[in-house]
Design a protein. Structure first.
Length: 735
């Protein structure tokens, strides 16, 4: 779609909280608009384009209570509230979001709690968000999901609306691989995010961390240069979108605000935070104490004014933090205070914006020293409000903001010595230097403001991502070469959907030329053994491949033949084989027009791909009923239902049988196994080979897999075969 048209279509925004706060009244729950940076930025977009905001109203819903929302006449967009029970608020919000993800994503894993019940509530609530979103999406052009509370929602939404565009923005850091993997549900979270078309972070470092995790935990193929991920048959764009603030609004308010009562007497060092352990408030106080110790000339001349907004006050860790801060303030003030001066002024409350901007304007120094922070808006607000005498910004080097705010003085927030010395430097900095640093900071923040951020994200979300180029040789070299070097390779390949594209009729799925070339070249190597593992009958798959030096595990492995070992036929098979003709007959009789039955000797498959779409569900149900009635096992396949003898046997066991028969019980020391398949019948093999082989699942992104890697398309498999055929030869371990 052309960009201009896309920019006028409605969008849907989903975030944990609505831009409205709920209040209880006699008639149920009612809403009042609330303000805030994000709301101020996104509301105009929603007003202009129309759309819906989906979110939790911020109040636990009592049993039987209803949510009433009446948008004002001028709202211009809809609001869809997601109700949460008290238990859900505790488990999804206070629990998994704020006790698990918040500390872990800020690299404070020792504070993170891992509770399965919290996780289950998180999953359930995310599904509810997705279902409200899909019900409200209408003709929305884009669904934009915000933040760590909703990382699974994209997956459920993708299932409900496969064609919708989904963008996601994370407002907190994305941690490095070593930290992220501590989450017991890390893969589910990654899979949730990979249902998006665009995943955005504040800075490039977080995007890199995300790419690392996706590559190492899910085996997805990643193009680091263009920051794209191949996830089955989909492509996901990743990017850094550093958030900005409404610069002019802050600057104008600062110009208009009355002087702060604090201004004038001492020089002000200002701290402004939500009361949160990530913000480094105690560490900041210790740094300030060190300044007073080491540089006594600042005593009675400087005051640290710390504002802290109460936050998550019901969580015990936050109560403890408040106590710790109160004690520290008492101790430091007790140590240095004189009759007319206290070094720290600490206000535990939210202050009105007019007062906040005046303080930002009048403060000589802003001390922004979080122990970790996605971005940090306080640093930007301070800069915007510096409309008079230029002050100095100190910024933690582990806040996202430090990546772009280069003219600020960077500090390691964990080091009181460094904080003290940097503060001293700021307090003694010449005006020239202060002015030139502040002017650059202001120029950048004015340009990269909130509007720039919104537009940048929306524009990227509207752009269609190009699929990755076919895997390059070096992709396989990095994963495969070290694993395979000096070993014999046992290569197991599924046929339909892996070597050949899926077609309407199995007989038409002849081997493409590129696949034949690759197979021939692999078979020609003395260090490579080929096996086909297919749901097809033995004669059929043999005819399709047409080689005698290949092992065939046909009928999902119930029948195996190959060079170097006795043919295998499962001992229970003859019993079921006798019943097969009758079953086939019953299935054929049940088939609606277009559906048909493929008899494969020991198994048979009911295909309904070519029947009318509206008959599919009923035909499949009926086929399953008949198959079960005959004492066979029904397994779903691509637009088909397979009837298999109810024998505890599958592709995984078949692979194990081939490996043991060919290479002996200690096969894993002698050969390296590579398995490629596209279907859920291949999952049995992927699971069994976990940690023992390199396994590839081809195609469909929405299906979870136990495979260690994914490939997008059949053509990628052909590339893999070419690489395997041409890989370097080494002297083998076994000989
Ligand atoms: P927060 O963790 O909430 O945001 P931050 O970006 O600093 O952190 O925003 C805090 C906001 O609260 C600022 O707008 C500030 O003005 C306001 N505030 C703080 N103390 C106040 C007080 N005492 N009175 C009134 N207002 C006060 C999360 C991430 C950040 C990321 C933002 C936006 O943790 O890293 O920058 O989202 O993406």
């Amino acid at each position: 779609m052309p960009d201009a048209e896309a920019q006028t279509r409605p969008i849907l925004i989903a975030s944990n909280r609505l831009p409205f706060t709920a209040h209880r009244s006699a008639g149920g729950i009612e809403f009042k608009p609330s303000a805030g940076g994000l709301v101020t930025a996104l509301e105009p977009v929603l007003r202009k384009r129309g759309g819906t905001w989906v979110g939790w109203p911020g109040l636990a819903q009592k049993k039987g209570e209803t949510l009433h929302f009446e948008a004002g006449d001028d709202a211009g967009y809809e609001v869809a509230p997601v109700g949460l029970s008290e238990t859900e608020v505790n488990r999804y919000y206070h629990g998994f979001s704020n006790r698990t993800l918040w500390p872990l994503f800020h690299s404070m894993h020792e504070r993170a709690a891992f509770d399965r019940r919290d996780w289950e509530a998180y999953r359930a609530v995310n599904e509810r968000f997705a279902s409200v979103a899909s019900g409200s999406a209408g003709d929305a052009d884009l669904v934009w999901i915000h933040d760590y509370h909703l990382m699974l929602a994209p997956a459920s939404l993708r299932q409900a609306l496969p064609g919708v565009r989904i963008g996601f923005f994370l407002h907190i850091p994305f941690p490095p691989f070593d930290v992220f993997r501590l989450l017991p549900w890390d893969r589910e979270i990654l899979r949730g995010l990979l249902a998006c078309d665009l995943v955005g972070f504040h800075v490039a470092g977080y995007a890199q961390n995300f790419l690392d995790c996706v590559e190492r935990r899910l085996g997805a193929r990643v193009d680091r240069r263009t920051q794209r991920i191949e996830w089955g048959d989909r492509t996901i764009q990743v990017g850094a979108f550093p958030i900005g603030i409404d610069f002019d609004a802050f600057a104008n308010k600062a110009r208009a605000a009355a002087p702060s009562p604090e201004a004038g007497r001492e020089r002000i060092v200002l701290g402004v935070d939500r009361l949160d352990y990530t913000k480094g408030i105690p560490e900041r106080f210790l740094g300030f104490e060190r300044l007073l110790e080491r540089h006594p000339e600042h005593r009675e001349r400087v005051v640290l004014l710390q504002l802290a907004v109460p936050s998550r006050a019901q969580v015990s860790e936050y109560k403890e933090l408040k106590r710790e801060i109160d004690e520290l303030v008492g101790r430091i003030n007790g140590r240095f205070a004189t009759a007319s001066w206290s070094p720290i002024r600490y206000l535990y409350r939210s202050v009105p914006q007019e007062r906040l901007v005046a303080l930002y304007r009048d403060a000589d120094i802003a001390l922004v020293t979080p122990l970790r922070d996605g971005m940090n808006l306080v640093a930007k607000e301070y800069v915007a409000c510096q409309v008079d005498e230029p002050g100095v910004l100190l910024i933690s080097e582990v806040a996202g903001a430090s990546e772009t705010m280069r003219e600020a003085l960077a500090v390691n927030p964990y080091s009181p010595d460094e904080t003290a010395e940097t503060l001293h430097r700021a307090l003694t900095m010449e005006e020239d230097e202060r002015a030139s640093r502040m002017a650059s900071l202001r120029r950048r923040e004015r340009r990269y403001n909130l509007e720039h951020w919104v537009n940048g994200f929306l524009e990227a979300a509207g752009r269609e991502s190009q699929a990755l180029a076919l895997p390059l040789e070096q992709d396989f070299e990095t994963w495969l070469e070290p694993f395979l070097a000096r070993y014999r390779v046992a290569l197991f390949l599924d046929y339909d959907g892996t070597l050949t594209p899926i077609v309407d009729h199995p007989a038409d799925a002849t081997l493409p030329e590129a696949a034949r070339r690759g197979l021939d070249a692999c078979a020609a190597r003395s260090d490579t053994d080929l096996s086909m593992v297919s749901g097809r009958g033995l004669a059929d798959i043999r005819a399709m491949i047409g080689r005698d030096d290949v092992t065939y595990a046909a009928n999902h492995g119930l029948e195996i033949e190959g060079p170097g070992f006795e043919p295998f036929l499962h001992e229970d098979l003859p019993h079921y084989q006798a019943r097969m003709p009758e079953l086939t007959q019953a299935l054929s009789e049940s088939a609606p027009e277009g559906a048909w039955v493929e008899e494969k000797g020991h198994t048979s498959t009911f295909h309904f791909r070519q029947a009318n779409a509206e008959d599919h569900a009923r035909a499949a149900d009926e086929a399953r009923r008949i198959i079960n009635g005959f004492g066979f096992q029904a397994r779903d396949a691509k637009m088909a239902v397979e009837a298999r003898p109810p024998i505890g046997w599958d592709k995984g066991r078949a692979v194990l049988h081939v490996l043991r028969s060919r290479y002996g019980p200690s096969w894993s020391e002698r050969v390296r196994v590579v398995y490629v398949g596209d279907d859920h019948t291949d999952e049995d093999a992927f699971r069994l080979l976990e940690g023992l082989a390199i396994t590839f699942r081809v195609g469909r992104a929405e299906e979870p897999t136990a495979a260690s890697h994914r490939l997008g398309h059949v053509e990628d498999v052909h590339e893999l075969l070419d690489w395997l055929a041409q890989r370097p030869t080494h002297e083998l371990h076994e000989s």
